[in-house]
Ligand binder design. Structure first.
Ligand SMILES: Cc1cc2nc3c(=O)[nH]c(=O)nc-3n(C[C@H](O)[C@H](O)[C@H](O)COP(=O)(O)OP(=O)(O)OC[C@H]3O[C@@H](n4cnc5c(N)ncnc54)[C@H](O)[C@@H]3O)c2cc1C
Length: 741
C-alpha cells in the first residue's frame, strides 16, 4: 500500500516540467509586470485603479482568447488565475456575480477531511488517502497565498464516553502522522473544564473532555473576489452578470461562444481557442448546450446553514459534534464574522435545480436547530427566533469520478468528493466536482489539459505556479496591519480588523480613496460606507445584492441587519452608478427579494422590530444548578490558566480566554480607568502564581479577543504599549452574554 502511495506522490510531486517551470518563472514575472504596466495604473500612489467593466466588455467583444472560462465560482476563478499567470490570454464569464453559486455558501472550512482517512483505512483505498493528503497540502497553500482571508481554525470534538476519548485521539494522531508535512498543527486532548470553558452551553452530563484538531477557515466569497482581482491584475478580462447562452460548434481552431450581458441586455460573441466549463451545478446544462443529449454527471446534494449570535459558540474554537445514533446529525459550529455558523443539514437531490440557489427549507433549519439543541444543556433555548440568517447551497458532486462502477461506489458508503475533467468531441473542457480546498489543483489540471488538447503551447506558456502566487491583497499583508490602519486612518479597532481580514493590504487603497466615508453602515457591525464605494469601483459590484452578499457578507451573517443597511448602501451605489429613481427601486426590490428567498428573511428569520418580545423564561432550578456547576468548573479552570478577566467597579465578570503568543509578538495592552463611567473596564491577567496584576497583552489577531474589543465611536481608544490612541477603551466580555443564570 505504502509503495503505491509513494509512487503516486512521486509522480505528483516531481512533475516532469518542474525544472522548466522554475526557469520560466522569472521570465513570466517580467511578462506579468509588463502586462500590468501596459494595462496601466493598477496602482498609482495609494490609489488602486482597475480596468472598468466596460473596458473588459470591449476586450471580450473584440479580441480572441486562448482560454475562455465559463463560471465565476471557486473553480472558474482558479482556472482564470492559473491560465493568466501562465501567460495565456484569458477571459472569465459569470452569469450572476462572482461567487454567487456554491462558492459563497460553503461551510467555510478548508478541511483536511479526516473522513477520507477513515475510508482509506477501512477500504484500503490508496486514492482516498491521496485526496486527503492533497487537500491538506492545499490548505497550507491557501493559508500562505491569502493569509488575510484564510486562517487556522481549531476544532473541538466533545467526548462523552470513556472509550471514545482514546479512539478519537488515536485516530487524529494517525491523521497527524500521515500528514506530518502539511499538517498545520498537531491535535491534542482537552480537559472537561477547558472544553466547557470554550463552549459553556455544551451538555455537561457525561462529558469527559474534548479532542482538538486543526482545520482551516476561508471567507469563501471574498476569496473568490481576491481570485478575480488577481486574474485581472495578471491581464485577464472578466465579466460578471454575463450569461453564456450559446456554444457554436468548433470551427477551425476556435470556438465561438454567445453571451448575454444581463445588465444592458446586449448579446455578443466571444472567440476562444479553448473553453473551460466550470459552472458548478450548471455543468450538465453547458455540456448539453455543447452536445444535445449528453448524459449528466452531476449528483447534487443541498446543504443548509444558519447564522446564530456568537454566544452559542466560541469566538475562537469551532465545534464538531459527530452523530452518535443513526438518526442523529453531525453538526459543527464555526466562528464567522463575529457570529456562529451552524451547519450542516445535507439532503440529496433527485434532479439539479435550475439556476440560482434554492430557498432554505424551514424543516431543514428546524432539524439543524434540534440537533444542535440536543448537544446543549437542557436549559438552553435555541429556536428559529435565534436564527439571524439561513442559506442553502448545492454541492456540485460528480458521479463516479474515479471511474469506478456505481456498485463499487455504493459499497464504499461515502462517495469520494473528487473531480472530473472531461474533453468533449468539440473540445469543451468540463471541470466539475471537488471542493474549495481543491480548487487550485483542479484549475492547474484543467489548464494543463486545455494547453495540450487545444495546442496552446508556445514559448511563453509555463506550467502552473499558482502554488506560490500571493493573491490580491496578500502582498505585504502582516498581522499588524489592523494597528497600522488604526494609526494611519484613525478608525476603530474592530473596523480596522475587519478591513484587514477582508481586503488585506488593499485596505490602504480603500481608506485613502474615501476619506469621507468612514461611517458605519450599521451601528452593530464593522462594515463602513467606504467599502461600498470600493466594491463598485474596484471589485465589479453591479447590484445591491452583490454588495450585501459577496462583498460585505452581512446577508450571510444577519439578514435583518442587511435589510436595515440597504438604503445607505443604495444611496452610495446610486451616486457611483448614476442610477435614476426607477432603477434604485428595482435594485431595492431585488435585494429584498434576495433576503427573503435566499436568506430566509420573513420565513425563518424575523425582521427586526416586528418580533414580539416574549417574557424571558426563568431557567428551571435544575438548569440553574447545572449551569452553576459548569460555571464553577470553568472558573476553576481559568484560575489554573492565565487569562484576562474584565473587572467592573463592583464585581469580577467571567474570564476572557486568551491565546498565548510568542514573546514580543504584541506589545502589552495598557488599560484605562474612566472616571465618568461606572463601568471601569480593567484588563488584568493572573500570573501563574495567582497574583493579579494590571495591564497585559491582548492578542489582536487571536480571532476572539480582538473581536471582543468593541470600540464605540465616542469612547474609542486602544492603548497598547507604544500604540496609544485615545482616552477610553471598552472591553466587552463575550462570556457575559452567555446563557448563564
Ligand atoms: C452547503 C455546502 C457546504 C460546503 N462546504 C465546503 C467546505 O466546508 N469546504 C470546502 O472545501 N468545500 C465546501 N463546499 C464545496 C464548495 O463550496 C464547492 O465545491 C465549490 O464552491 C464549487 O465551486 P464551483 O466554481 O465549481 O461552483 P459555483 O461556485 O457554483 O460556481 C459556478 C458558477 O457558474 C456560473 N454559471 C452557471 N451557468 C452559467 C452560464 N451559463 N454562464 C456563465 N456562468 C454560469 C454560476 O452563476 C456560478 O457562479 C460546500 C458546498 C456546499 C453547497
Amino acid at each position: 500500500m505504502m509503495s503505491k502511495l509513494g509512487a503516486i506522490l512521486a509522480q505528483r510531486i516531481v512533475r516532469p516540467s518542474h525544472k522548466r517551470h522554475i526557469l520560466n518563472r522569472s521570465l513570466l514575472f517580467a511578462q506579468k509586470l509588463s502586462r500590468v504596466k501596459v494595462r496601466g495604473e493598477h496602482c498609482c500612489g495609494g490609489m488602486k485603479v482597475v480596468p472598468s467593466r466596460e473596458e473588459h466588455l470591449n476586450a471580450l467583444k473584440g479580441e480572441e482568447f486562448d482560454v475562455l472560462v465559463i463560471g465565476g465560482g471557486a473553480v472558474g476563478c482558479g482556472c482564470a488565475v492559473d491560465a493568466a499567470c501562465r501567460g495565456l490570454k484569458t477571459a472569465l464569464i459569470e452569469a450572476d456575480d462572482f461567487a454567487s453559486g456554491s462558492s459563497s455558501r460553503s461551510s467555510k472550512l478548508i478541511d483536511g477531511s479526516g473522513s477520507y482517512l477513515g475510508t482509506a483505512l477501512r477500504e484500503k483505498d490508496i486514492e482516498q488517502l491521496y485526496i486527503m493528503l492533497q487537500m491538506m497540502s492545499e490548505r497550507v497553500t491557501m493559508l500562505k497565498n491569502a493569509p488575510h482571508l484564510n486562517r487556522i481554525q481549531p476544532m473541538i470534538i466533545p467526548i462523552y464516553s470513556v472509550l471514545q476519548m482514546p479512539c478519537t485521539w488515536l485516530g487524529l494522531k494517525v491523521y497527524d502522522f500521515i500528514s506530518a508535512a502539511s499538517n498545520v498543527r498537531g491535535s491534542h486532548l482537552l480537559s472537561k473544564e477547558a472544553t466547557l470553558y470554550e463552549f459553556p452551553l455544551l451538555k455537561t452530563k457525561g462529558l469527559r473532555g474534548g479532542v482538538v484538531y486543526y482545520d482551516g477557515q476561508v471567507d469563501d466569497a471574498r476569496m473568490c473576489i481576491a481570485l478575480v482581482m488577481t486574474a485581472v491584475a495578471l491581464g485577464a478580462n472578466v465579466g460578471n452578470h454575463m450569461e453564456v447562452v450559446e456554444l457554436m460548434p468548433l470551427e477551425g481552431c476556435c470556438r465561438v461562444v454567445g453571451v448575454r450581458d444581463k445588465i444592458s441586455g446586449e448579446q455578443f460573441y466571444i472567440q476562444a481557442k479553448s473553453v473551460i466549463n466550470a459552472t458548478g451545478t450548471s455543468t450538465d446544462a453547458i455540456r448539453q448546450m455543447d452536445k444535445e443529449g449528453t448524459a449528466p454527471i452531476l449528483v447534487p446534494t443541498v446543504g443548509t446553514h444558519v447564522s446564530l449570535p456568537r454566544y452559542f459558540g466560541s469566538g475562537h474554537y469551532g465545534l464538531l459534534s459527530p452523530a452518535h445514533k443513526k438518526d442523529d446529525l453531525t453538526i459543527f459550529m464555526v466562528p464567522f464574522e463575529n457570529h456562529t455558523v451552524l451547519g450542516i443539514r445535507e439532503t440529496e437531490l433527485d434532479e439539479v435545480p435550475g439556476r440560482g440557489s434554492p430557498t432554505p427549507d424551514p424543516d431543514d433549519v428546524d432539524c439543524l436547530l434540534e440537533a444542535a439543541k440536543a448537544k446543549m444543556e437542557p436549559c438552553v433555548e435555541l429556536g428559529r427566533c435565534h436564527v439571524l440568517s439561513a442559506w442553502t447551497g448545492v454541492k456540485p458532486n460528480v458521479s463516479c469520478p474515479t471511474g469506478k462502477s456505481e456498485e463499487e461506489e455504493e459499497k464504499r458508503g461515502s462517495p469520494i468528493s473528487s473531480y472530473v475533467i472531461e474533453v468533449s468531441g468539440d473540445g469543451l473542457i468540463t471541470l466539475a466536482g471537488g471542493r474549495w480546498s481543491s480548487y487550485r489543483v483542479m484549475a492547474a489540471d484543467a489548464v494543463d489539459v486545455a494547453i495540450k488538447s487545444c495546442g496552446l503551447c508556445d514559448d511563453h506558456v509555463t506550467s502552473s505556479w499558482t502554488q506560490d502566487l500571493k493573491l490580491d491583497g496578500a502582498e505585504s499583508w502582516c498581522c499588524m496591519l489592523p494597528l497600522e490602519f488604526v494609526q494611519d486612518y484613525d478608525v476603530p479597532m474592530d473596523v480596522a480588523q475587519h478591513i484587514s481580514d477582508s481586503y488585506g493590504w488593499n485596505g490602504h487603497a480603500l481608506f485613502s480613496d474615501a476619506p469621507d466615508l468612514r461611517k458605519r453602515l450599521h451601528p452593530n457591525f464593522p462594515y463602513i460606507e467606504a467599502e461600498v464605494q470600493y466594491a463598485v469601483r474596484n471589485e465589479y459590484a453591479c447590484t445591491l445584492v452583490d454588495i450585501i452578499a459577496r462583498r460585505l457578507r452581512i446577508a450571510f451573517v444577519d439578514a435583518a441587519a442587511s435589510l436595515h443597511m440597504l438604503p445607505k448602501i443604495l444611496k452610495i451605489m446610486a451616486e457611483e452608478k448614476g442610477w435614476e429613481e426607477e432603477q434604485q427601486q428595482k435594485q431595492m426590490l431585488a435585494a429584498q427579494e434576495f433576503l427573503v428567498r435566499q436568506m430566509g428573511l420573513g420565513t425563518i428569520v424575523r425582521p427586526r422590530g416586528t418580533s414580539k418580545s416574549q417574557p424571558k423564561k426563568k431557567a428551571s432550578s435544575e438548569g440553574c444548578c447545572c449551569r452553576a456547576a459548569a460555571r464553577k468548573e470553568a472558573r476553576s479552570y481559568s484560575r489554573a490558566h492565565p487569562s484576562i478577566v474584565v473587572a467592573s467597579k463592583d464585581k469580577i465578570l467571567e474570564p476572557l480566554p486568551i491565546q498565548r503568543y510568542k514573546k514580543n509578538y504584541f506589545q502589552p495592552l495598557a488599560t484605562h480607568r474612566s472616571s465618568k463611567n461606572n463601568m471601569q473596564p480593567l484588563a488584568t491577567q493572573r500570573s501563574s502564581k495567582n497574583v493579579r496584576r494590571t495591564t497585559d497583552f491582548l492578542p489582536f489577531t487571536s480571532g476572539i479577543t480582538h473581536k471582543a474589543v468593541m470600540d464605540n465611536d465616542q469612547s474609542r481608544s486602544i492603548a497598547t504599549g507604544g500604540w496609544s490612541f485615545g482616552k477610553r477603551e471598552l472591553i466587552i466580555n463575550a462570556w457575559r452574554n452567555k446563557f448563564m443564570c
